[in-house]
Design a protein around this ligand. Structure first.
Ligand SMILES: Nc1ncnc2c1ncn2[C@@H]1O[C@H](COP(=O)(O)OP(=O)(O)OP(=O)(O)O)[C@@H](O)[C@H]1O
Ligand SMILES: [Mg+2]
Length: 274
């Protein structure tokens, strides 16, 4: 394992696409492999990831069981009036938290579904950026504007442009690169036609915008139920909840995502361990 933490950022300028849910699952997968994981909630005002982790602690206390936990931080956005001062304060706050996590193997960062400076900054630290995307053309609009008749790329959207910008910032800072993964979420078994169209368009876009497309999670009730107990799919067995076929299939989808992340030095362990 390399010395500095491997950074996984969850980002998408659109809200409600599954960033926090995916962050929690990726983090728990890594914790269950025995890694030390730090987590940062940039979306501190909404605080979904922080609340998820608090719920997890409460559940573990109430039922007197051990659940693996990340070293968690939330970062509040600066309230300074001047943009320059606010950005300097945001940068200082982020760097302080980030340097306190240097002993971790991984840092997982959850960002809000809108454009703020802290989110851009966090993106520029990513080794892997995961952008969950609901399987709809409305959500796809965040990545690219398409021509309605041919579904060809008209122009990249603002989010795709600023990912590009953060790739450059990352390269300037430490010559590192960002591996961008677009993860299709809430896939439906019913709308096969839409699913197929999305796949074709995403394949073309992935070459133009330089991301890799990964089929993600199907639409499953379990994802909505787990938040209140702070649990993930990977904890169900430990807390004595029976696994249904749907849960097993969802775990396989998570394993598939983990296998797509280009971890340094530990591919074998990730593949074997989940
Ligand atoms: N695969 C899925 N199946 C069913 N529900 C899902 C799935 N993924 C996410 N959800 C649900 O969708 C909602 C949005 O998910 P989540 O909060 O993770 O998104 P987000 O991108 O972090 O949102 P925000 O931009 O507001 O931070 C939640 O109610 C969550 O439980
Ligand atoms: Mg969120």
């Amino acid at each position: 394992m390399s010395k500095k933490p491997y950074v996984i950022v969850l980002g998408n300028e659109k809200g409600g696409t599954g960033k926090s849910t995916t962050a929690m699952h990726v983090m728990t997968a890594l914790l269950r492999l025995g890694y030390k994981v730090g987590s940062i909630d940039i979306d501190a005002r909404q605080g979904t990831l922080s609340r998820y982790i608090e719920n997890r602690k409460t559940f573990a206390n109430n039922y007197d069981i051990e659940l693996p936990m990340p070293e968690h931080h939330r970062i509040e956005r600066s309230q300074a009036d001047s943009t320059k001062v606010a950005e300097a304060e945001d940068t200082a706050a982020f760097e302080k938290v980030f340097s306190s996590l240097q002993k971790c193997d991984f840092v997982v960062i959850d960002t809000p579904g809108h454009d703020i400076y802290l989110s851009r900054l966090a993106h520029s630290y990513a080794d892997t950026l995961i952008t969950p995307l609901n399987d709809s053309f409305i959500d796809l609009d965040v990545l690219a504007h398409l021509k309605a008749d041919s579904l060809e790329l008209d122009r990249p959207s603002i989010y795709a442009d600023w990912v590009w910008e953060q790739k450059k910032n990352r390269a300037v800072r430490d010559r590192g690169s960002i591996d961008w993964i677009v993860l299709r979420n809430r896939l439906s078994h019913i709308h096969a036609n839409n699913k197929e169209k999305m796949e074709t368009v995403l394949n073309t876009l992935s070459k133009r915008l330089a991301f890799r497309q990964v089929p993600g999670f199907s639409e499953r009730v379990i994802f909505r139920e787990l938040f209140l107990s702070g649990l993930t799919l990977l904890d169900l067995q430990d807390v004595g909840r029976p696994l249904t076929l749907s849960h097993v299939a969802a775990k396989q989808e998570l394993r598939n995502l983990m296998n797509h992340i280009r971890f340094p030095d530990l591919d074998q362990k990730v593949k074997a361990g989940l």
